[in-house]
Design a binder for this molecule. Structure first.
Ligand SMILES: Nc1ncnc2c1ncn2[C@@H]1O[C@H](COP(=O)(O)OP(=O)(O)OP(=O)(O)O)[C@@H](O)[C@H]1O
Length: 311
């Protein structure tokens, strides 16, 4: 498991990570979500001993990464910027890492097969596409068969098949009881992959909860109604204590499900032309939650954070 306590990293006078405390438990996929510049990579770099915390601490299975005797066998990691020797083949790269970390040579072919690179294992890494490079990075992460896996934006550069593969792999690794910590700035991707979420913005924790709790708390829904007797329908529903907002030609109603609203209106003899349950997407919920934390945003992006959800 990974435990961060009051973890802080300051560059100059700017906190990149601002006193965050969280735990990444084994046996489940924990998504680490936040907009660009939220502090995800800096946190992951501190987990892996590549950056030293300004204050606080982070441990992996009870000790600091720098105190690991065989790091590759304790924590497997894919970080965004990966230094690869372009003239070396994928197989040689993995063999070199295996030899220097006490990993059996046979494991190299195993991980090449696992990530689907066995057919190109002897090609020079410099000729690899972004997606192939990501797969090789994941092979490196899995080389030491580690109980803890940290992946920074693993689906970057992958095609839809590759994205699905990473998703399944993450779930499989968690199913084997490993600790899996994956960063992303895409809520929609995490919704399909993670059991638990740690959401950060401007170096601070905005949410630390199960995926189900996040959905229940942040994804709002309403019932959309179209009626030739819009005014009367709105009056009727308001008299029932429901929250009704007129939106152009439609009404948006919160506080009761679509079936019950249909029955109420039906009993009154008023006409309905449409009665639809509309759920805001998790992406909307995530953008609303992190809207104040976005470092660089286009004005159109800011508009989408509030569009479609009545206050
Ligand atoms: N070496 C550094 N020197 C100065 N500032 C840095 C350094 N590394 C990161 N930062 C700043 O710290 C903040 C957090 O950056 P970080 O890369 O951790 O965010 P992130 O959530 O991983 O974002 P992204 O999704 O864009 O990778 C940003 O404001 C960034 O500009």
């Amino acid at each position: 498991m990974i435990v961060a306590r009051n973890l802080t990293k300051t560059y100059g006078d700017k906190p990149a990570v601002d006193g965050i405390t969280f735990t990444v438990e084994p046996g489940r996929v924990t998504g680490f979500l936040g907009p660009n510049g939220a502090g995800k990579s800096t946190t992951m770099r501190m987990i892996l001993g590549l950056d030293r915390p300004t204050a606080g601490s982070v441990t992996v299975n009870g000790h600091r990464y720098s105190d690991c005797a065989a790091p590759l066998r304790e924590v497997g990691a894919l970080l965004e910027a990966r230094a690869l020797h372009p003239g070396r083949s994928a197989r040689d790269h993995l063999r070199w890492l295996a030899a220097s970390n006490g990993v059996p040579r046979a494991r190299v072919d195993e991980v090449l097969g696992l990530v689907g690179l066995d057919g190109v294992a002897d090609k020079r890494v410099g000729t690899f596409s972004l997606g192939m490079g990501q797969r090789l990075g994941i092979a490196v992460a899995l080389l030491g068969d580690p109980p803890v896996v940290v992946l920074d934006e693993p689906v970057n550069g992958l095609d839809p098949e590759g994205i699905r593969w990473v998703r399944n792999l993450a779930r499989e690794l968690a199913g084997q009881g490993r600790t899996v910590f994956i960063s992303s700035h895409l809520m929609s991707e995490m919704a399909l992959t993670a059991d638990h979420l740690v959401v950060v913005g401007r170096g601070r924790i905005l949410a630390d909860c199960s995926m189900a709790e996040f959905i229940a708390e942040h994804a709002s829904s309403y019932v959309r109604i179209a009626s030739p007797q819009r005014g009367e329908v709105a009056d009727l529903l308001r008299r029932q204590g429901l929250d009704v907002t007129a939106y152009g030609q439609e009404l948006r109603v919160q506080g009761l499900d679509a079936a019950a609203i249909g029955e109420l209106v039906g009993k009154s003899g008023l006409l309905l032309h449409e009665l639809t349950l509309v759920r805001s997407s998790l992406e909307d919920a995530f953008m609303t939650l992190t809207a104040d934390s976005v470092e660089y945003s286009a004005s159109s992006a800011a508009a989408t954070t509030t569009a479609g959800i009545p206050a």
